[in-house]
Every structure is written in structure tokens, then in C-alpha cells.
Write a protein that binds this ligand. Structure first.
Ligand code: NPG
Length: 368
């Protein structure tokens, strides 16, 4: 692959509504887009890091620096032949999966566009559409929560995920269950609890949730296994699953009955597929996570979600759930499903005018 240049582009994307989780409130995303130029082609990737290191240790400016200072130089010398070669070169740099995933996805996109192969086909996708859920942030009051959930159900979302934290957990779940009955419902704590909260969290068992996601700290696999033994609600891990090896460990000790896969969290789509495969081999269902991506990142996530073990609805909602103006043609929800892009590579392009309008900074790097 003849990678000649890399462009890092920062884009300011205001959210349609603030998104509150146990780790903070997002009002807008400072999106880092990566565009690689090859001989006569190009590819796009989106970095999922947030402005501050509050979901994981990475953050946007740090990721941009890692890409420019350490990853792009690894592309020099003999040309890498495949995306697997690129992944191996990146392995020299420890950590920084979000930075690696952004650049790797752009290279993978360019590689696939060259041969006209859709990302879903390359990864082994088997379905043209994927069931879609929506993640509902922590609200100021129960009436506000119920009205947000009502709106999303009216739009046709196939399941609702409620963000929870101590002080906003049992009551919101009870209120949503009572009001909307038998919907597919799950909760996400983003590491906000301790093992000593087990009895409290067990109160969620009576609401027949699909799963509880990441109640304990990222590095607490044993705690999750211990907690799982005290809950009937299936345990799902997100932050803890940093690699296929971590997924295998979590499954082996009973810390995860379900896995949320975010390619950005694990260094890209090749490792994400390995996690899918490890989980499938153990009969552990997976679903696609989301990090408030623009259409660029979401297109690639939809491709991954087309793999056969993605049996639960994912966090890949329609464009309008996040942004007034998406970077790509808007993604729409139809009958609770989103369509997997069928074009080569990630199958979408940012709209040049929108990109120009929302860009705050561009850095051009040369390779070699
Ligand atoms: O639909 O993209 C989406 C948002 C899904 O809740 C969601 N993401 O913890 O999974 C998460 C959460 C998140 C959002 C995490 C932003 C980090 C940043």
C-alpha cells in the first residue's frame, strides 16, 4: 500500500442535546478525523476519543499527538502490504487503541476502496441491516426521562439503554418498565459502582433487563465475576474488554455473559473481529457499542455489526439522535433497523461543504 500522506482534521460537532453519563456531560464532540492518501486513492477514519480522559485514558489531543509523532512514522520504510501488516507495526506502540483505530481504519478504508470491497464483506458480515437501540443519558427528572424514552420508542428504536449511576438507577428503571411494559431494556453504569453495591444492584433483577453493562472499574474482572454470581441480570462488559485476550479472560472467569464491542476501544476492526470470534466460540453474544460517532465512524460500526454473533441491538442510532447536521448523508432508522453501507470501504464520505464549515484545525503529515 502506497500511503503518501495523512491529514488530521478536527471537527466541532454540537450534540442535539447534552449527553450525561456517570463520568460527565458531553455538549459537543471535538471529532478527530483521519484521512489517508494513497497512490490514487484515499480512506477515512474517525477517532472515538473524547476531549477529556474520562471514559478511558485517551483524549482527542493526545490521540492526535500519538498519531502524528509515533504511528505515522511507522508507516515509512518498506510499504506495508496489508492492513494486518499495519496493525503489526502499530503493536510496537503500547496502548493508545483509539489513536491506532482511527489511523488503521483510514488505511483499511483506502485498502478496501482500491479493490471495491465493502468493509462488511471484508469482515465477514452476513446481514444487510442491523437492529438498533438508543442510549438514553441521565436526566434531571423522571418525567424528562419518560418523555425522552417515549420519543425514541415512537421513532422505532428496538431497545432502550438507560445510563445509570448511584442515585439514578432503580427508580428510573422501575419508571420506564412500569410506563412502557415489555420493551427491550438494559442499563449502563460506566464503572460507577463498587462490589459492595451488589445487594443494591440486585434490586434491578426484578425488571428483566437484557443486561447490566460495566458496573465496576475497568480493571476489575474478578469483581465483575463476583458480582455476576450475585445477580440474575446478565453481566455485560464494555470498558474492561480492551482486547480479544481480555475477552477470553473475562469469559473464562465468568465476568462477562455478553460483550459490547467498540472497535475504537480495542485498536480497530481487526481486533474487534477477533473479539467477535472469541465470543462466538464461547456462545457469548455481542453488540456494537457507540461513542457518539459521526456518520464516518458509524458507517464502519454498522459494517462490523453485520457479523453473525451481533445478536443484540447496538448503539448505532440514526444521525438525528446525535447531530442536527451529520458529516455524511444522514443515517436513518427504518423499522428499528439501520442499513449496512454497501459501497466500497466504509461506504460513505463526509460532505465537503459540511466538513469545511465545521473544521477547526487541519494538520498535514507526510509519510516516509
Ligand atoms: O449511541 O453512540 C452512541 C452512544 C452510546 O452510551 C453510549 N456510549 O459508555 O457506551 C458508552 C457511551 C459513551 C459515549 C462512552 C461517549 C464514551 C463517550
Amino acid at each position: 500500500m502506497n500511503i503518501s500522506g495523512v491529514e488530521l482534521r478536527r471537527v466541532r460537532m454540537p450534540l442535539v442535546a447534552p449527553f450525561r453519563t456517570s463520568f460527565g456531560t458531553e455538549y459537543e464532540r471535538d471529532v478527530l478525523l483521519v484521512r489517508v492518501a494513497t497512490g490514487d486513492g484515499y480512506g477515512w477514519g474517525e477517532c472515538v476519543a473524547m476531549s477529556e480522559p474520562v471514559y478511558s485514558s485517551e483524549y482527542v489531543s493526545g490521540a492526535a499527538e500519538v498519531i502524528a509523532k509515533f504511528l505515522v512514522p511507522l508507516l515509512g520504510g518498506p510499504e506495508p502490504r496489508t492492513p494486518h501488516d499495519v496493525e503489526q507495526r502499530f503493536a510496537k506502540v503500547k496502548g493508545h487503541p483509539m489513536a491506532k483505530a482511527a489511523l488503521h481504519t483510514a488505511i483499511l478504508d483506502a485498502y478496501l476502496r482500491e479493490t471495491g470491497t465493502p468493509l462488511a464483506e471484508f469482515l465477514g458480515g452476513v446481514t444487510p441491516t442491523v437492529p438498533t437501540g438508543v442510549s438514553v443519558g441521565i436526566q434531571d427528572s423522571l418525567p424528562e426521562l419518560l418523555s425522552a424514552v417515549e420519543g425514541y420508542l415512537a421513532e422505532g428504536y428496538a431497545r432502550i439503554k438507560l445510563k445509570i449511576e448511584p442515585g439514578w438507577d432503580i427508580e428510573p428503571v422501575r419508571a420506564v418498565r412500569e410506563r412502557f411494559g415489555d420493551i427491550l431494556l438494559q442499563v449502563d453504569a460506566n464503572c460507577a459502582y463498587e462490589l459492595r453495591d451488589a445487594r443494591h444492584l440486585a434490586e434491578l433483577d426484578r425488571f428483566d433487563l437484557l443486561l447490566i453493562e460495566q458496573p465496576l472499574a475497568e480493571d476489575d474482572l474478578r469483581g465483575h465475576a463476583a458480582l455476576a454470581r450475585q445477580l440474575r441480570t446478565p453481566m455485560c462488559l464494555d470498558e474492561s474488554i480492551v482486547s480479544a485476550r481480555a475477552a477470553a479472560d473475562a469469559i473464562a472467569i465468568g465476568a462477562a455473559a455478553i460483550v459490547n464491542i467498540k472497535p475504537g476501544r480495542v485498536g480497530g476492526y481487526l481486533e474487534a473481529r477477533r473479539i467477535h470470534d472469541v465470543c462466538a466460540a464461547h456462545g457469548v453474544p455481542v453488540w456494537i457499542g457507540g461513542m457518539l460517532e459521526t456518520g464516518v465512524g458509524r458507517a464502519a460500526n454498522l459494517a462490523l455489526a453485520a457479523l453473525p454473533n451481533f445478536t443484540l441491538p447496538g448503539d448505532v442510532s440514526a444521525s438525528r439522535r446525535y447531530y442536527e447536521q451529520d458529516l455524511t448523508a444522514p443515517f436513518e432508522l427504518v423499522d428499528g433497523l439501520m442499513t449496512v453501507p454497501a459501497g466500497a470501504g466504509i461506504g460513505v464520505d463526509p460532505e465537503p461543504e459540511v466538513l469545511r464549515e465545521l473544521t477547526t484545525e487541519v494538520t498535514r503529515l507526510t509519510v516516509g
